[in-house]
Ligand binder design. Structure first.
Ligand SMILES: *[C@@H]1O[C@H](CO)[C@@H](O)[C@H](O)[C@H]1NC(C)=O
Ligand SMILES: *[C@@H]1O[C@H](CO)[C@@H](O)[C@H](O)[C@H]1NC(C)=O
Length: 425
Protein backbone atom coordinates (compact mmCIF):
# COMPACT_ATOMS: atom_id res chain seq x y z
CA UNK A 1 0.00 0.00 0.00
CA UNK A 2 2.66 2.46 1.12
CA UNK A 3 4.99 1.48 -1.69
CA UNK A 4 2.32 1.87 -4.36
CA UNK A 5 1.58 5.29 -2.94
CA UNK A 6 5.29 6.14 -3.15
CA UNK A 7 5.39 4.92 -6.72
CA UNK A 8 2.36 7.07 -7.51
CA UNK A 9 4.03 10.03 -5.81
CA UNK A 10 7.18 9.51 -7.84
CA UNK A 11 5.28 9.34 -11.11
CA UNK A 12 3.21 12.34 -10.11
CA UNK A 13 6.32 14.33 -9.21
CA UNK A 14 8.17 13.47 -12.39
CA UNK A 15 5.11 14.30 -14.50
CA UNK A 16 4.63 17.60 -12.71
CA UNK A 17 8.28 18.54 -13.05
CA UNK A 18 8.05 17.63 -16.73
CA UNK A 19 5.08 19.98 -17.10
CA UNK A 20 6.94 22.73 -15.23
CA UNK A 21 9.97 22.21 -17.43
CA UNK A 22 8.03 22.44 -20.68
CA UNK A 23 6.15 25.49 -19.37
CA UNK A 24 9.37 27.29 -18.58
CA UNK A 25 10.93 26.35 -21.88
CA UNK A 26 8.18 28.19 -23.71
CA UNK A 27 9.20 31.53 -22.28
CA UNK A 28 12.50 32.54 -20.71
CA UNK A 29 12.77 30.83 -17.34
CA UNK A 30 11.89 33.12 -14.45
CA UNK A 31 14.90 33.71 -12.24
CA UNK A 32 14.02 36.83 -10.28
CA UNK A 33 11.33 37.11 -7.65
CA UNK A 34 9.59 39.71 -5.56
CA UNK A 35 7.72 39.75 -2.25
CA UNK A 36 5.73 42.63 -0.83
CA UNK A 37 6.55 43.76 2.70
CA UNK A 38 4.33 45.39 5.25
CA UNK A 39 5.45 47.01 8.45
CA UNK A 40 3.38 45.95 11.44
CA UNK A 41 2.64 49.19 13.29
CA UNK A 42 2.61 47.66 16.77
CA UNK A 43 5.75 45.49 16.70
CA UNK A 44 7.51 47.40 13.88
CA UNK A 45 8.39 44.03 12.35
CA UNK A 46 8.13 43.32 8.64
CA UNK A 47 5.49 40.91 7.41
CA UNK A 48 5.27 39.21 4.02
CA UNK A 49 2.62 36.93 2.55
CA UNK A 50 3.90 33.76 0.94
CA UNK A 51 1.74 31.40 -1.09
CA UNK A 52 2.05 27.83 0.15
CA UNK A 53 0.25 24.48 0.07
CA UNK A 54 -2.28 22.85 -2.30
CA UNK A 55 -4.68 24.49 -2.92
CA UNK A 56 -2.50 27.57 -2.71
CA UNK A 57 -3.07 29.70 0.36
CA UNK A 58 -1.62 33.07 1.41
CA UNK A 59 0.30 32.69 4.68
CA UNK A 60 1.68 35.71 6.59
CA UNK A 61 5.26 35.50 7.93
CA UNK A 62 7.60 37.82 9.83
CA UNK A 63 10.80 38.38 7.84
CA UNK A 64 13.93 37.52 9.81
CA UNK A 65 17.06 38.48 7.90
CA UNK A 66 19.24 36.15 9.98
CA UNK A 67 16.71 33.35 10.43
CA UNK A 68 17.91 29.84 9.53
CA UNK A 69 14.72 28.53 7.95
CA UNK A 70 11.04 29.11 7.34
CA UNK A 71 8.76 27.86 10.07
CA UNK A 72 5.01 27.87 10.35
CA UNK A 73 2.55 26.52 12.90
CA UNK A 74 0.70 23.50 11.60
CA UNK A 75 -1.40 22.44 14.58
CA UNK A 76 -4.52 24.26 13.45
CA UNK A 77 -5.94 24.60 9.97
CA UNK A 78 -3.01 23.26 7.99
CA UNK A 79 -4.77 21.83 4.96
CA UNK A 80 -2.77 20.72 1.99
CA UNK A 81 -2.81 17.69 -0.26
CA UNK A 82 0.93 18.04 -0.92
CA UNK A 83 2.28 18.07 2.66
CA UNK A 84 5.04 15.56 3.16
CA UNK A 85 7.30 14.96 6.15
CA UNK A 86 10.55 13.27 5.09
CA UNK A 87 11.64 10.16 7.03
CA UNK A 88 14.50 10.63 9.44
CA UNK A 89 17.96 9.94 8.00
CA UNK A 90 16.68 10.86 4.50
CA UNK A 91 18.64 13.18 2.22
CA UNK A 92 16.22 16.02 3.01
CA UNK A 93 17.04 15.64 6.71
CA UNK A 94 20.77 15.77 6.12
CA UNK A 95 20.24 18.78 3.90
CA UNK A 96 18.48 20.46 6.83
CA UNK A 97 21.35 19.28 9.04
CA UNK A 98 18.99 17.21 11.19
CA UNK A 99 20.21 13.99 12.73
CA UNK A 100 17.36 13.60 15.13
CA UNK A 101 14.36 11.30 14.75
CA UNK A 102 11.18 13.04 15.75
CA UNK A 103 8.42 11.21 17.59
CA UNK A 104 5.02 12.60 18.32
CA UNK A 105 2.23 11.09 20.36
CA UNK A 106 -0.41 13.80 20.62
CA UNK A 107 -2.23 13.45 17.30
CA UNK A 108 -1.61 12.46 13.72
CA UNK A 109 -1.32 15.28 11.20
CA UNK A 110 1.01 17.94 9.82
CA UNK A 111 3.77 18.53 12.36
CA UNK A 112 3.12 15.30 14.22
CA UNK A 113 4.38 12.02 12.79
CA UNK A 114 6.74 9.35 14.03
CA UNK A 115 10.18 8.84 12.47
CA UNK A 116 10.33 12.16 10.70
CA UNK A 117 13.20 14.51 11.43
CA UNK A 118 13.32 17.07 14.16
CA UNK A 119 14.70 20.57 13.67
CA UNK A 120 14.78 23.48 16.10
CA UNK A 121 12.66 26.52 15.20
CA UNK A 122 13.13 29.84 16.97
CA UNK A 123 11.03 32.88 17.73
CA UNK A 124 13.64 35.56 16.94
CA UNK A 125 12.05 38.16 19.24
CA UNK A 126 11.85 36.08 22.43
CA UNK A 127 14.63 33.63 21.60
CA UNK A 128 12.31 30.75 22.48
CA UNK A 129 13.04 27.56 20.53
CA UNK A 130 10.98 24.41 19.94
CA UNK A 131 11.57 21.04 18.33
CA UNK A 132 9.64 20.91 15.08
CA UNK A 133 8.95 18.47 12.28
CA UNK A 134 10.82 19.02 9.02
CA UNK A 135 8.32 19.12 6.17
CA UNK A 136 7.96 19.78 2.47
CA UNK A 137 5.18 21.47 0.58
CA UNK A 138 4.58 23.67 -2.42
CA UNK A 139 5.71 27.29 -2.23
CA UNK A 140 4.73 29.78 -4.92
CA UNK A 141 6.42 33.11 -5.48
CA UNK A 142 5.87 35.96 -7.91
CA UNK A 143 8.51 36.36 -10.61
CA UNK A 144 9.62 39.81 -11.78
CA UNK A 145 11.62 41.48 -14.52
CA UNK A 146 12.62 44.10 -11.97
CA UNK A 147 9.80 46.62 -12.28
CA UNK A 148 6.46 44.76 -11.85
CA UNK A 149 5.41 41.35 -10.58
CA UNK A 150 5.04 38.69 -13.26
CA UNK A 151 3.59 35.16 -13.19
CA UNK A 152 3.72 33.00 -10.06
CA UNK A 153 6.32 30.26 -10.05
CA UNK A 154 6.18 27.06 -7.98
CA UNK A 155 8.82 25.39 -5.85
CA UNK A 156 7.11 21.97 -5.46
CA UNK A 157 9.11 20.60 -2.54
CA UNK A 158 10.07 23.55 -0.39
CA UNK A 159 11.56 22.50 2.97
CA UNK A 160 10.32 24.20 6.14
CA UNK A 161 9.46 23.27 9.69
CA UNK A 162 6.12 22.75 11.38
CA UNK A 163 6.48 24.43 14.75
CA UNK A 164 4.18 24.22 17.78
CA UNK A 165 1.92 27.29 18.04
CA UNK A 166 3.38 28.27 21.42
CA UNK A 167 6.33 29.69 19.45
CA UNK A 168 4.04 32.43 18.14
CA UNK A 169 3.05 33.45 21.61
CA UNK A 170 5.09 36.55 22.28
CA UNK A 171 6.74 39.37 20.39
CA UNK A 172 5.29 38.63 16.94
CA UNK A 173 2.29 40.31 15.26
CA UNK A 174 -0.90 38.39 16.05
CA UNK A 175 -1.66 38.03 12.34
CA UNK A 176 1.39 35.95 11.39
CA UNK A 177 1.65 32.17 11.28
CA UNK A 178 5.42 31.85 11.26
CA UNK A 179 8.80 33.33 10.44
CA UNK A 180 10.59 33.37 7.09
CA UNK A 181 14.36 33.19 7.58
CA UNK A 182 16.73 34.72 5.03
CA UNK A 183 19.96 33.63 6.74
CA UNK A 184 22.94 32.06 5.03
CA UNK A 185 21.87 28.55 6.04
CA UNK A 186 21.07 25.30 4.22
CA UNK A 187 17.26 25.57 4.02
CA UNK A 188 16.59 29.31 4.29
CA UNK A 189 14.35 30.90 1.66
CA UNK A 190 17.20 32.41 -0.46
CA UNK A 191 19.22 29.16 -0.33
CA UNK A 192 16.30 27.05 -1.55
CA UNK A 193 15.42 29.54 -4.30
CA UNK A 194 19.07 29.37 -5.39
CA UNK A 195 19.11 25.58 -5.50
CA UNK A 196 15.75 25.35 -7.25
CA UNK A 197 16.26 28.11 -9.82
CA UNK A 198 20.05 27.93 -10.14
CA UNK A 199 19.78 26.13 -13.48
CA UNK A 200 17.49 28.94 -14.71
CA UNK A 201 20.27 31.44 -14.02
CA UNK A 202 19.13 32.61 -10.57
CA UNK A 203 21.88 34.72 -8.97
CA UNK A 204 22.30 33.98 -5.24
CA UNK A 205 21.43 37.52 -4.26
CA UNK A 206 18.57 39.17 -2.45
CA UNK A 207 17.78 42.71 -1.46
CA UNK A 208 15.67 44.45 1.14
CA UNK A 209 13.87 47.71 0.52
CA UNK A 210 12.13 48.35 3.84
CA UNK A 211 9.23 50.78 4.18
CA UNK A 212 5.64 50.59 5.46
CA UNK A 213 4.77 49.14 2.03
CA UNK A 214 8.17 47.86 1.05
CA UNK A 215 9.54 45.12 -1.12
CA UNK A 216 12.11 42.36 -1.15
CA UNK A 217 13.86 41.05 -4.28
CA UNK A 218 15.47 37.66 -4.90
CA UNK A 219 17.88 37.27 -7.80
CA UNK A 220 19.99 39.71 -9.69
CA UNK A 221 19.42 43.45 -10.16
CA UNK A 222 18.41 45.87 -11.63
CA UNK A 223 15.31 46.68 -9.60
CA UNK A 224 13.09 49.63 -10.47
CA UNK A 225 10.84 51.88 -8.44
CA UNK A 226 8.28 54.37 -9.71
CA UNK A 227 8.81 56.71 -11.50
CA UNK A 228 11.16 54.34 -13.37
CA UNK A 229 14.18 54.77 -11.07
CA UNK A 230 16.87 52.05 -11.18
CA UNK A 231 17.51 51.84 -7.44
CA UNK A 232 20.58 49.67 -7.91
CA UNK A 233 22.51 52.51 -9.54
CA UNK A 234 23.35 54.32 -6.30
CA UNK A 235 24.72 51.14 -4.64
CA UNK A 236 28.12 51.19 -2.94
CA UNK A 237 29.71 47.95 -1.81
CA UNK A 238 31.53 46.57 1.19
CA UNK A 239 32.56 42.96 1.94
CA UNK A 240 29.69 40.87 3.30
CA UNK A 241 30.77 38.93 6.37
CA UNK A 242 28.86 35.78 7.27
CA UNK A 243 29.14 34.50 10.83
CA UNK A 244 29.41 30.76 11.60
CA UNK A 245 25.69 30.96 12.50
CA UNK A 246 24.91 32.22 8.98
CA UNK A 247 24.16 35.79 10.10
CA UNK A 248 25.00 38.88 8.02
CA UNK A 249 27.68 41.31 9.21
CA UNK A 250 29.68 44.16 7.74
CA UNK A 251 32.84 45.86 8.92
CA UNK A 252 32.30 49.32 10.42
CA UNK A 253 35.75 50.79 11.10
CA UNK A 254 34.70 54.10 12.59
CA UNK A 255 31.76 56.46 12.95
CA UNK A 256 31.66 60.11 11.89
CA UNK A 257 29.12 62.76 12.76
CA UNK A 258 29.23 66.02 10.79
CA UNK A 259 32.38 64.61 9.11
CA UNK A 260 34.19 64.42 12.47
CA UNK A 261 35.43 61.22 14.07
CA UNK A 262 33.43 60.01 17.06
CA UNK A 263 35.85 58.62 19.67
CA UNK A 264 34.93 54.95 20.10
CA UNK A 265 36.70 51.84 21.31
CA UNK A 266 37.58 50.25 17.96
CA UNK A 267 38.20 46.87 19.63
CA UNK A 268 34.42 46.53 19.81
CA UNK A 269 34.10 46.91 16.06
CA UNK A 270 35.67 43.68 14.91
CA UNK A 271 33.94 40.33 15.07
CA UNK A 272 35.86 37.44 16.62
CA UNK A 273 35.53 33.67 16.11
CA UNK A 274 32.87 33.43 18.81
CA UNK A 275 30.75 36.01 16.91
CA UNK A 276 31.35 38.62 19.60
CA UNK A 277 31.73 42.23 18.48
CA UNK A 278 31.30 43.60 14.98
CA UNK A 279 28.29 45.00 13.15
CA UNK A 280 25.31 42.83 12.30
CA UNK A 281 22.24 43.74 10.23
CA UNK A 282 18.81 42.76 11.53
CA UNK A 283 15.15 43.12 10.59
CA UNK A 284 14.08 41.97 14.04
CA UNK A 285 15.42 45.03 15.85
CA UNK A 286 13.26 48.07 14.97
CA UNK A 287 16.12 50.50 15.78
CA UNK A 288 19.91 50.21 15.72
CA UNK A 289 21.34 48.91 18.97
CA UNK A 290 24.75 50.13 20.09
CA UNK A 291 27.00 48.69 22.77
CA UNK A 292 26.76 51.04 25.75
CA UNK A 293 30.15 52.70 25.26
CA UNK A 294 29.45 53.36 21.55
CA UNK A 295 25.95 54.51 22.39
CA UNK A 296 27.27 57.03 24.93
CA UNK A 297 29.89 58.38 22.53
CA UNK A 298 27.46 58.70 19.59
CA UNK A 299 24.66 60.29 21.64
CA UNK A 300 26.99 62.81 23.29
CA UNK A 301 28.68 63.72 20.02
CA UNK A 302 25.38 64.13 18.18
CA UNK A 303 23.94 66.27 21.01
CA UNK A 304 27.09 68.40 21.07
CA UNK A 305 26.84 69.01 17.32
CA UNK A 306 23.24 70.05 17.92
CA UNK A 307 23.95 72.03 21.10
CA UNK A 308 22.08 75.03 19.73
CA UNK A 309 18.87 73.03 19.89
CA UNK A 310 17.41 72.41 23.34
CA UNK A 311 16.60 68.83 24.27
CA UNK A 312 13.23 67.77 25.62
CA UNK A 313 12.27 65.01 28.03
CA UNK A 314 13.32 61.73 26.36
CA UNK A 315 10.75 59.20 25.20
CA UNK A 316 11.72 55.58 25.95
CA UNK A 317 13.65 53.67 24.64
CA UNK A 318 15.53 56.72 23.32
CA UNK A 319 17.68 59.14 25.26
CA UNK A 320 18.28 62.21 23.10
CA UNK A 321 15.06 63.93 22.05
CA UNK A 322 14.23 67.31 20.55
CA UNK A 323 11.23 69.41 19.70
CA UNK A 324 10.35 68.33 16.15
CA UNK A 325 9.75 71.96 15.19
CA UNK A 326 13.45 72.73 15.75
CA UNK A 327 14.40 71.15 12.45
CA UNK A 328 13.94 72.25 8.87
CA UNK A 329 12.85 69.43 6.63
CA UNK A 330 14.88 68.44 3.60
CA UNK A 331 14.25 65.75 1.02
CA UNK A 332 16.10 63.27 3.24
CA UNK A 333 14.28 64.16 6.45
CA UNK A 334 14.97 66.63 9.28
CA UNK A 335 18.14 68.67 8.77
CA UNK A 336 20.47 67.19 11.40
CA UNK A 337 24.18 66.26 11.32
CA UNK A 338 24.82 63.25 9.08
CA UNK A 339 26.00 60.06 10.75
CA UNK A 340 28.50 58.11 8.65
CA UNK A 341 29.41 54.48 9.15
CA UNK A 342 32.93 54.29 7.73
CA UNK A 343 33.43 50.84 6.22
CA UNK A 344 36.36 48.66 5.03
CA UNK A 345 37.85 51.57 3.08
CA UNK A 346 37.87 55.09 4.49
CA UNK A 347 36.19 56.40 1.33
CA UNK A 348 33.27 53.97 1.56
CA UNK A 349 30.61 55.23 3.92
CA UNK A 350 27.02 54.39 4.70
CA UNK A 351 25.57 57.85 5.29
CA UNK A 352 22.58 58.08 7.63
CA UNK A 353 20.45 61.20 7.03
CA UNK A 354 17.77 62.68 9.28
CA UNK A 355 15.02 60.45 7.83
CA UNK A 356 16.90 57.43 9.22
CA UNK A 357 18.51 58.95 12.32
CA UNK A 358 15.58 60.79 13.91
CA UNK A 359 12.19 59.26 14.71
CA UNK A 360 9.05 61.02 15.88
CA UNK A 361 8.66 59.01 19.09
CA UNK A 362 5.71 61.04 20.37
CA UNK A 363 3.73 63.87 18.77
CA UNK A 364 6.16 66.77 18.35
CA UNK A 365 9.10 64.89 19.87
CA UNK A 366 11.88 63.66 17.59
CA UNK A 367 14.50 61.36 19.05
CA UNK A 368 17.85 60.04 17.94
CA UNK A 369 16.71 56.58 16.77
CA UNK A 370 19.43 54.48 18.42
CA UNK A 371 19.03 52.25 21.45
CA UNK A 372 21.47 51.49 24.28
CA UNK A 373 22.50 47.81 24.09
CA UNK A 374 24.07 47.80 27.54
CA UNK A 375 27.52 46.62 28.57
CA UNK A 376 27.19 42.96 27.60
CA UNK A 377 30.01 41.58 25.51
CA UNK A 378 28.25 38.53 24.09
CA UNK A 379 26.93 39.57 20.71
CA UNK A 380 27.39 42.16 17.99
CA UNK A 381 28.51 45.60 19.22
CA UNK A 382 26.32 47.28 16.62
CA UNK A 383 23.07 45.81 15.31
CA UNK A 384 21.80 47.87 12.38
CA UNK A 385 18.04 47.89 12.87
CA UNK A 386 15.18 48.17 10.42
CA UNK A 387 14.58 51.92 10.86
CA UNK A 388 18.10 52.73 9.67
CA UNK A 389 17.55 50.54 6.57
CA UNK A 390 14.17 52.05 5.63
CA UNK A 391 14.08 53.59 2.17
CA UNK A 392 17.61 52.31 1.57
CA UNK A 393 18.22 49.40 -0.79
CA UNK A 394 20.37 46.80 0.98
CA UNK A 395 21.59 43.97 -1.23
CA UNK A 396 23.11 40.70 0.00
CA UNK A 397 25.22 39.30 -2.83
CA UNK A 398 26.43 35.81 -1.93
CA UNK A 399 28.18 35.15 -5.26
CA UNK A 400 30.47 38.14 -4.81
CA UNK A 401 30.43 38.14 -0.98
CA UNK A 402 29.49 41.76 -0.92
CA UNK A 403 26.88 43.97 0.65
CA UNK A 404 25.42 46.71 -1.51
CA UNK A 405 23.80 49.74 0.11
CA UNK A 406 22.23 52.76 -1.53
CA UNK A 407 21.88 55.18 1.38
CA UNK A 408 18.61 57.14 1.29
CA UNK A 409 16.55 56.58 -1.87
CA UNK A 410 14.64 59.74 -0.98
CA UNK A 411 17.53 61.55 -2.65
CA UNK A 412 16.52 59.97 -5.94
CA UNK A 413 12.90 61.11 -5.63
CA UNK A 414 11.65 57.61 -4.90
CA UNK A 415 11.20 55.36 -1.87
CA UNK A 416 10.81 51.72 -0.98
CA UNK A 417 7.01 52.23 -1.06
CA UNK A 418 7.22 52.84 -4.81
CA UNK A 419 7.38 49.39 -6.36
CA UNK A 420 4.69 49.03 -9.02
CA UNK A 421 2.72 46.02 -7.77
CA UNK A 422 0.45 45.97 -10.83
CA UNK A 423 1.07 42.46 -12.10
CA UNK A 424 2.05 41.81 -15.70
CA UNK A 425 0.51 38.47 -16.72
C1 LIG B 1 4.19 7.23 17.62
O1 LIG B 1 4.60 6.08 18.30
C2 LIG B 1 4.12 5.99 19.63
C3 LIG B 1 4.76 4.79 20.32
O2 LIG B 1 4.84 3.68 19.48
C4 LIG B 1 2.59 5.90 19.62
O3 LIG B 1 2.07 5.85 20.93
C5 LIG B 1 2.05 7.14 18.90
O4 LIG B 1 0.65 7.07 18.79
C6 LIG B 1 2.68 7.29 17.54
N1 LIG B 1 2.28 8.58 16.98
C7 LIG B 1 1.68 8.74 15.81
C8 LIG B 1 1.36 10.14 15.40
O5 LIG B 1 1.36 7.81 15.07
C1 LIG C 1 2.40 50.19 -13.24
O1 LIG C 1 2.56 49.17 -14.16
C2 LIG C 1 1.46 49.01 -15.05
C3 LIG C 1 1.73 47.76 -15.90
O2 LIG C 1 2.91 47.90 -16.61
C4 LIG C 1 1.32 50.27 -15.88
O3 LIG C 1 0.23 50.13 -16.78
C5 LIG C 1 1.10 51.45 -14.95
O4 LIG C 1 1.08 52.63 -15.71
C6 LIG C 1 2.23 51.52 -13.92
N1 LIG C 1 1.91 52.54 -12.95
C7 LIG C 1 2.51 53.74 -12.93
C8 LIG C 1 2.07 54.66 -11.85
O5 LIG C 1 3.40 54.04 -13.70
Amino acid sequence: MASSFLLFLLIFLSVSSFILLSESQKTSKPNRFVLQLQKDSKTKLYVTNIYKRTPSQKVPFVVDLNGRLLWVTCEKSYRSSTYHAPRCRSTQCSRADSHYCHICSTRDGPGCHNNTCGVMSMNPVTGLTAMSELAQDVLSIQSTQGSNPGPMVRVPQFLFTCAPSLLLQRGLPSTVQGVAGLGHSPISLPTQLASHFGSAGFAPTFALCLAPKGVMFFGDSPYYMLPNVDITRPLSYTPLIISPQGEYYMEVKSIKINDKDVPIDTALLSINKQSVGGTKLSTINPYTILHHSIFKAVTQFFSKELSAIPQVKPVAPFSACFNSKSFKNSRVGPGVPNIDLVLHDKHVMWRIYGANSLVEAAPGVSCLAFVDGGMKNNGASIIIGAYQMENNLVQFDMARSRLGFSSSLLFYKTSCNNFNFTAIP
